[in-house]
Design a protein. Structure first.
Length: 387
């Protein structure tokens, strides 16, 4: 029998299976039937902002060669991201410390390989974004899960970290987080960043939902720690999922290691997508209109879902997810989500994707789809649960 590698043991990312099931359910609908409400995936229903798409079109029509860029990306894009940190956070982040990546998904393995060794222990809150643990596992590292709940707003605390023996080699935080949509306050993030730096614990701060917060101030770990790694992306606020563009803010000691890894693993992010990403920074009115639509959908769901039967929701500070405790209705969120798709025509992600121990009692609902579809969800759920 042929040997398989450690990477073959990585668990699945179940939301991708839900997407496939929802696609199949949509194809099977008879003509005239109500469509499937897509609440399973964190992909904005809007496309790239118009100015970004037009920048790509102009470059293609001009016959630009679109070859490899430097491994860390176009200098002009890196400079524009650097300016974004000054404008949005008041933080100084030199362009040379910014690496453009193939989405945030391409950023995580670069960061993990450069920062950790096989066997290293990396802590994270549970529930968590599944690829954190899955990528670490595939690379031979060990996820250390910190069970969190509404008492800490599904975010880790220094107290939790201090109880670990031994202390972890790294910590991943996400604010706003997926799946709960909760955030660390600037003071909480600063305290965690300083605590990690003082103890030689590498902080990885996932900031891909920045721009999508509803009343709470956003802060970046890059402003609080010289050793932290920051991950961000053009997929969420900038609505450019399929363009596959993200970035890292790197500390000095990881610059060359990450550059060498990027050269070998990815060469560079797509040239045309980098041009579009740079132009996206000039599309704020359109992007803010998208955010306003998410906020309206969020308000409609927070108002309508409790009376429909989903009455235990996490505090949704940002991103575009609701984390629903459905334990009063089921202890099998996989079966519950499958029934909701088949019987109510609503695709949602079972919580086991995000929390292996307690996720059977939770469901994640994404509200970045079309606004009218999101407004329809509470009534569909009410009718379904009333059967």
């Amino acid at each position: 029998m042929l040997k398989t590698g450690r990477g073959a043991e990585a668990p699945p990312f179940l939301v991708m299976d839900v997407i496939a099931a929802a696609n199949a359910a949509g194809r099977a609908l008879p003509p005239g039937a109500p469509g499937i409400l897509r609440m399973e995936v964190g992909q904005p229903s809007t496309g790239a902002p118009r100015g970004a798409a037009e920048a790509a079109i102009r470059a293609l029509q001009a016959g630009a060669p679109m070859g490899y860029t430097e491994a860390f990306g176009l200098p002009s894009l890196r400079e524009r991201i650097s300016r974004h940190y000054a404008e949005h956070y008041g933080a100084t982040v030199p362009a040379r410390r910014i690496a453009v990546t193939v989405g945030a998904s391409g950023a995580f393995p670069l960061a993990f390989l450069a920062a950790f060794d096989p066997g290293d222990r990396v802590a994270m809150a549970a529930p968590f974004y599944p690829p954190y643990a899955n990528i670490l596992t595939a690379l031979g590292m060990r996820p250390v899960l910190l069970p969190c709940d509404a008492n800490t707003r599904f975010q880790p605390t220094i107290g939790m970290l201090e109880q670990l023996d031994p202390l972890p080699d790294g910590l991943i935080v996400a604010s706003p987080c997926n799946p709960a949509g909760t955030m660390l306050t600037p003071g909480e993030l600063a305290a965690i960043a300083e605590w990690c730096h003082a103890r030689g614990i590498r902080l990885i701060s996932d900031e891909i939902y920045h721009g999508l917060s509803y009343g709470m101030a956003e802060s970046t770990a890059a402003a609080f720690s010289e050793s932290a790694v920051v991950v961000n992306s053009f997929s969420k606020y900038f609505s450019m999922t399929g363009w596959r563009i993200g970035w890292l803010v790197l500390p000095e000691d990881l610059l060359r290691p990450v550059e060498c890894l990027a050269q070998n693993l990815f060469i560079s992010a797509p040239h045309v997508a980098q041009l579009a990403a740079e132009a996206a920074f000039n599309c704020r009115p359109e992007l803010e209109a998208n955010k306003a639509a998410y906020a309206r959908s969020r308000d409609v769901l927070l108002a309508g879902l409790p009376s429909a039967g989903l009455d235990c929701l996490a505090q949704a500070d940002g991103a575009f997810y609701l984390w629903a405790d459905v334990s009063a209705l089921t202890r099998d969120s996989v079966a519950f989500a499958a029934r909701m798709l088949a019987e109510a025509g609503i695709a949602a992600t079972p919580g086991v994707d995000f929390d292996r121990e307690r996720g059977s009692r939770f469901l994640r609902l994404s509200y970045c789809g079309a606004e009218d579809a999101m407004a329809e969800a509470p009534e569909r759920i009410r009718r379904w649960l009333a059967r």
